[in-house]
Design a protein. Structure first.
Length: 658
């Protein structure tokens, strides 16, 4: 040992001795560090508890022992999940004398029937911590087991057993396990289960295994327009049914989606997929392993991407399309509605929350399962194959064009003829006074629809991805390094802050166009914050506007009208459609509107409405603007509260027909 570790002075052990070492027993580690087991204590973690219990019921169904699952949400944040499977064993566990197997499973980490593979060939649970974690983080848990025509029950609180297992008597017509629990407010504060989220979870599980029926119930006070009191889900078509519902009436590149199932011998696994390519709207991806959602994808995703990419390249070679060799997985996947579900033995996940599958064999399994089917899908109908190849190659050409633009050396400001512009900006050709507009659009897909809906001479499109940086709470270095902010600044051409000159603004109107929902409003707020702080003169000169996309389409017979919000909808129903049966369709976002609808409602100057963004008189000077931005979007929430209190009666919107 090195001498220089000592200075000759005896070290004092202070208060650090054997009594300082804690040994956490039972489920206490879960209560001390819930983030290690469910990723935190936020809304997502709360709903993870529901998923853990539902996954256990689904494992019984996938193993062939249960055909029905019931999910019931009651008042008081109480959730009950029941299956008609085999029921958790209730006899005494051989390694824990005096304890039932049920008690061991509920109160001991790393206990369960999924380690050996004898009870379950494939399962979502792996480590034996799921239901015990739910028990540890619940104020009250009650488990009922109907097994061998007898009913048993045991209760727990915060991971502690409240009493021995009880035998409640014969139950000849019931079997399976029912877990009822109430999350602990000490852990989750006042967070409540969201009925819509649980309803969606139950429905998605039914899609993932065609042989199961899932029944939904919730208290009348928790029901809503989107969440009924009772519903039954059973989908014989599995993911194909799910995709059909997701696509709805949207037009796709191919009239027939690419769907299928492949079983592998010797219990290697099973792969099910459903893929479509919508024309005018955003797509989405859904990845599952053993019915467990894996939102971050993983190796099964890699297998699908490889199969589709190699398949289209091969089809391009077959049709003598030489450029097809440059197709990438992103070209194929972007904008697609993609659903993939795999069932494999002993899956490996990145963490206990199972967000990402890491099993290496899953990539090979999925690619082998899908590749031949995709080849037949393309060559079985050559026109269909060519249509998809053409669409993917358009995306490839756009990607290569952007790459080339990025690689082209931008001319310095001394040569204005070669103006530097962001690659994803689709510029307009017109330069007439008072006519040019830039639409800042939420999402690449909505941007695609906007490009088709625009007037090419006067309207430019700049898509942005998601919520941009809140410049009010960011450092100058962070603002300069942000790609979305850089694109916005570049597109405006007028400089920022003290260098901002509206005379150099490249467009007469800057129009923020986001979805007509809460997320869209948040994105619009962040964009307005950017202009208020970085380009206040642009706002002061009246160049900034908010688009007003509709939230609803109301149809009665051949007559259709669009409503901006619930109040506008009620007004139209009372005035235009009074006494008529009205069909109401709700737009989930700009991406759901086809170009004709987007043009008619939001982009055509003859039929649209815009909101002009202005500055209150008291914030006219630069210091006033800085104060306004800090009050509304800065780090101190008290400033926002005071501003709302002082200005609630001053709300005014300058609506113009522009």
């Amino acid at each position: 040992m090195s001498e220089d570790l000592f200075d000759g002075t005896p070290a004092s052990s202070g208060d650090y001795d054997s009594s300082s070492i804690e040994v956490l027993e039972g489920l206490e580690p879960v209560r001390r560090r819930p983030g290690m087991y469910i990723g935190g204590t936020d809304d997502r973690a709360l709903h993870h508890l529901a998923a853990e219990v539902l996954d256990n019921a689904m494992d019984e169904a996938v193993a062939g022992h249960a055909s029905r699952i019931e999910v019931k949400l009651e008042e008081g944040n109480r959730l009950s999940i029941a299956d008609n499977g085999r029921g958790i064993p209730v006899d005494e566990h051989p390694k824990f004398p005096g304890k039932s197997t049920l008690e061991v499973i509920l109160s001991t980490l790393h206990s369960g029937g999924k380690f050996s593979g004898k009870a379950y060939a494939t399962s979502g649970g792996l480590h034996g911590v799921g239901v015990s974690v739910v028990n540890a983080l619940s104020e009250h848990t009650r488990v009922e087991v109907a097994r061998d025509r007898q009913l048993y029950a045991q209760e727990f609180s915060k991971g502690q057993t409240l009493g021995p297992i009880e035998e409640l008597g014969p139950t000849p017509n019931r079997r399976g396990t029912t877990v009822t629990f109430t999350p602990d407010t000490e852990i989750f504060s006042d967070r409540q289960f969201k009925p819509a989220r649980l309803f969606k979870l139950a429905r998605s599980k039914a899609y993932l295994f065609a042989g199961v029926e899932i029944r939904w119930k919730c208290a009348p006070s928790l029901a809503s327009e989107d969440v009924p009191e009772e519903a039954t889900f059973k989908f014989p078509g599995g993911l194909a049914d799910h995709l059909a519902e997701q696509i709805g009436e949207r037009e796709c590149v191919t009239s027939q989606p690419f769907t299928g199932t492949q079983e592998f011998p010797d219990e290697q696994g099973r792969v099910e997929w459903a893929v479509a390519w919508p024309l005018y709207s955003d797509g989405s991806t859904s990845w599952y392993c053993n019915t467990v959602p894996t939102p971050d994808g993983g190796t099964h995703e890699q297998g699908l991407r490889a199969a589709l990419t190699k398949g289209l390249r091969a089809f391009g070679e077959l049709t003598q399309t030489k450029k097809a060799k440059d197709i990438t997985a992103d070209d194929v996947m972007t904008g697609g509605e993609v659903m993939l579900s795999v069932f494999i033995r002993d899956p490996q996940f990145q963490s206990q929350t199972k967000d990402r599958l890491t099993s290496p064999e899953a990539a090979r399994l999925v690619e082998n399962a899908i590749r031949d089917h995709f080849d037949h899908f393309l060559t079985g109908n050559m026109e269909r194959g060519k249509a998809l190849l053409g669409q993917v190659m358009e995306r490839m050409d756009e990607r290569l064009r952007r790459k080339q633009e990025r690689e082209i050396k931008r001319k310095t400001a001394t040569n204005a003829k070669k103006l530097r512009l962001p690659g994803k900006l689709t510029d307009c050709s017109g330069d007439g006074e008072g006519e040019t507009e830039l639409f800042i659009v939420e999402g690449d897909s909505a941007g695609g629809s906007a490009k088709q809906a625009r007037n090419r001479k006067t309207q430019a499109i700049l898509p942005i991805r998601g919520k941009i940086l809140n410049v009010a709470s960011a450092t100058a270095d962070k603002i300069r390094a942000n790609a979305e902010i850089a694109d916005l600044t570049l597109a405006m051409g007028c400089g920022t802050r003290k260098d901002c000159d509206p005379e150099n603004l490249r467009y007469d109107r800057i129009i923020i166009m986001t979805d007509a929902d809460v997320d869209g409003a948040h994105i619009a707020t962040l964009l307005m914050t950017f202009f208020f702080q970085e380009m206040p003169e642009v706002v002061r000169k009246g160049h900034l506007f908010l688009a007003q996309p509709p939230l609803y389409r109301l149809t009665a017979g051949k007559e259709s009208r669009y409503a901006r919000d619930d109040a506008h909808r009620a007004e139209l129903e009372e005035t235009v459609f009074k006494g008529k049966k009205v069909d109401v369709a709700r737009f989930k976002g700009l991406g759901e509107m086809n170009p004709a609808q987007l043009r008619e409602t939001t982009m055509n100057p003859e039929t649209r409405s815009l909101i002009r963004i202005t500055l209150p008189q008291e914030f006219e000077d630069r210091a006033g603007v800085a104060r306004l931005v800090d009050e509304l979007m800065g780090r101190n929430p008290e400033h926002r509260f005071n501003f709302i209190q002082n200005h609630a009666s001053d709300v005014d919107r300058d609506l113009i027909d522009a």
